[in-house]
Ligand binder design. Structure first.
Ligand code: RNT
Ligand code: ZN
Length: 417
């Protein structure tokens, strides 16, 4: 363990430095404590789930074969508990439908029920974690290129049934935990090559969504997640950003911004303020695209820091749900949780400590040099001293101390799988 005395001393100095700029570090720490990330269960097993041993399909791919991936519900829970113990604060768990407990029986996607998540609901309550949920339209014989946008009525109905059942499960989770369960819908529907039926597929999908949302649910919230393209579906995506932004603002559904789903030069942070005007809430999937949406582990890069700043600048921390979404099978998977979660939190802390009032004033006065000076200075203010203080207060390892913890878990648990 690092010297906590040194950490407290560094924090006291940082606190003064920030106070001189009119920033209250205690307030920032309090706000960060109140931000609950939704940890994606699928990092622990490369999006395999417990339904079958089939391959991952439907426009997404996980790469890497680092040993020790979770093979069943016990292992997955153990990994989540370990990760949770090394991430400061309290967090949620985001499940996909394929992570249900099916008791060795074949339960098809159009048969799933809340009882298949009974064990998860109990486990979550015992461990102080709230649950979020996702329907799963990939990795199934009926996934194909089109699911909810399929002109084949039987296939489309199958996926409507699946999605409706998932909403019922999410509703039950929300009711039991006394806090809405956020349910995300992402479908890969699209085409590998040119298509002249864009309008038709989008009309079908629009009808499917209307049918799905026609059932009112009290304890869950719906989100829709667009994508630029899927692997093997490079030329057309039914659920594009434009499609969903229009749908979400018209029907009051929460849009999901996955930071891996845009053109490499597109700034995701710039979408926040536009969407917040028309949509009361937003969902984030914080990821790191490398050339394509390859779902690398989230880092504290400019894209992530700027995204968190936009949320803070818009005073919208209570309107934005922050989930993580990457699947890196190339490094220790518990370590992947830590890096992604902690980097997101560090980005958020920098945003919370930003001298935005002074910067804004300069901007309004058209004082460009003064504004840039503050923006540049803010990058190197002692925010890390505040972060380490936050870790100590939450009784989790500081900095590189978590390496030993993850290595010990790898030696004792992961290497024996
Ligand atoms: C895929 C989407 C989606 C998935 C998860 C597993 O590109 O980002 O959110 O990653 O549903
Ligand atoms: Zn996503």
């Amino acid at each position: 363990m690092k010297q906590t005395k040194t950490i407290h001393e560094a924090y006291a100095i940082a606190k003064e430095r920030y106070a001189a700029l009119g920033i209250d570090t205690e307030q920032a720490i309090g706000k960060l404590q109140d931000i609950h990330l939704s940890l994606h269960c699928w990092q622990a097993d490369d999006v395999q789930g417990f339904e079958s041993a089939g391959d991952l399909s439907g426009g997404i791919q996980a790469t890497g074969n680092y040993p020790g991936k979770a093979r069943n519900v016990e292992e997955l829970r153990s990994d989540i508990i370990k990760a949770k113990s090394l991430i400061p604060g309290t967090h949620r768990l985001n499940l996909h439908e394929i992570y249900g407990e099916f008791g060795g029986k074949k339960v098809d996607r159009n048969e799933v029920e809340p009882k298949h998540f009974e064990g998860w609901m109990q486990w979550a309550a015992e461990n102080g974690m709230k649950l979020d949920f996702n329907s799963t339209s990939f990795s199934h014989p009926l996934s194909g290129n089109l699911t909810l946008a399929n002109p084949d009525e039987a296939i489309r109905k199958f996926w409507i049934e699946h999605t409706q059942r998932c909403r019922a499960i999410a509703d039950e989770m929300g009711r039991r935990q006394g806090d809405p369960c956020i349910m995300n819908i992402w479908i890969h529907d699209g085409a590998k090559d040119f298509t002249v039926n864009r309008l038709k597929y989008r009309q079908i999908y629009n009808d499917s969504l209307n049918e799905i949302f026609s059932v009112r649910r009290e304890y869950m919230k719906d989100c829709l997640e667009p994508k630029l393209f899927g692997i093997g579906l490079e030329s057309f995506t039914v659920g594009s950003s434009d499609f969903y932004w229009a749908y979400c603002s018209k029907h009051n559904v929460i849009p999901t911004l996955d930071t891996g789903h845009y053109h490499p030069t597109e700034n995701v942070y710039d979408k926040v303020s536009s969407l917040l005007i028309f949509c009361p809430e937003l969902m984030l999937h914080v990821s790191r695209p490398v050339r394509w949406d390859s779902d690398h582990v989230t880092l504290m890069d400019d894209a992530t820091v700027e995204l968190m700043k936009e949320i803070v600048y818009a005073d919208a921390t209570d309107r934005v749900h922050i989930g993580l979404d990457y699947f890196d099978g190339a490094i220790n998977r518990i370590g992947a949780y830590l890096i992604g979660a902690r980097s997101t939190q560090k980005s958020m802390l920098q945003a919370l400590l930003s001298p935005v009032r002074a910067i804004r004033k300069y901007e309004e006065e058209d004082k460009g040099f003064q504004k840039l000076t503050l923006l540049e200075m803010a990058k190197t203010l002692p925010w890390n001293a505040v972060w380490e203080e936050f870790c100590v207060r939450n009784d989790v390892p500081v900095g590189e101390d978590c390496i030993a913890e993850v290595e010990a878990y790898e030696k004792e648990v992961l290497s024996k799988r």
